[in-house]
Design a protein around this ligand. Sequence first.
Ligand SMILES: [Zn+2]
Length: 323
Amino acid sequence: MKSYVAVDLGGTNLRAARYTPDGELLTHIKHPTLAKDSNESVLDRVVHLVQEVLPANDGAQDEVEAIAIGAPGPSNPFTGVVYNAPNLPGWVNLPLREIMQSRFNLPVELGNDANLAALAEWKFGAGRGHNDLVYLTISTGIGGGVISSGRLVVGANGLAAEMGHVVVAPDGPVCGCGQRGHLEAMASGPAIGRTARARLRGGAASSILELVDGHIKAVTAQHVGQAAKDGDPFALELLNEAGTFIGRAVADFMHIFNPSIVILGGGVAINVGELLLQPVRAAIRDRAMSDIYYINCPVTTVQLGDDVGLLGALALALETHPV
Ligand SMILES: [Zn+2]
């Protein structure tokens, strides 16, 4: 039987699975990443992970069409080099494809995790049936992926669709990338937590303080989400502000890509759902040049869960090595 191996390299968990060309799951495995270990040991674990999901070594391995890997952080799908994986120390300019290809003697494809999540939602999730899709993940960082005219947009070096690194507040705080006022610096989980802590220190009243026993420095976006769901006005205002920044950026993306669906994922968006989506939609209505951009373009949340990275890798494998 033909099959594909999908690998998802997360900062917390390493996952691998083998699927049939129809997307039927044959085998699945998950191990902690233990990212603080040396570069070699994480790489060793990735190799072992793939070994574990390959068919029993009786020659049947020949039936695997390809291995596709979703890597955290920017990578080059043409050269197979991971430029930099912020959650995997030492993974800088790592020739991952070459390493895996020589180890397994199988074709290896590489993709950025946010791009692959967009691919997964397009093929298997909320974006099925659409040809033009914008996907944003609101999490520790803000990443994204774009399907345009039925193709994943990767750019010349695989660095396209870094949607979190657009300027939404020119005088805003410095982003993790070193530039100022990027969407990621204004509306990611850490950004929401940082703003919450600053205002609580300034004397703002909120039920968040009860959630952390008064320890303001312990406040995270998760507490903000929890309090917002309980109707806390301070927390709702924080989500409103974050959603407004996201919506303004999405209006710009709509002007560039004219999508027929916008899909938001990542821990922050999944946790609070409509509490974030409503201000996103309001800001889009406010900023779009024409209502044609949003009238028939739903702004919705992801449908896929923890296996989104694996399904994205599968989608990449199916696209690049069709049977
Ligand atoms: Zn940035």
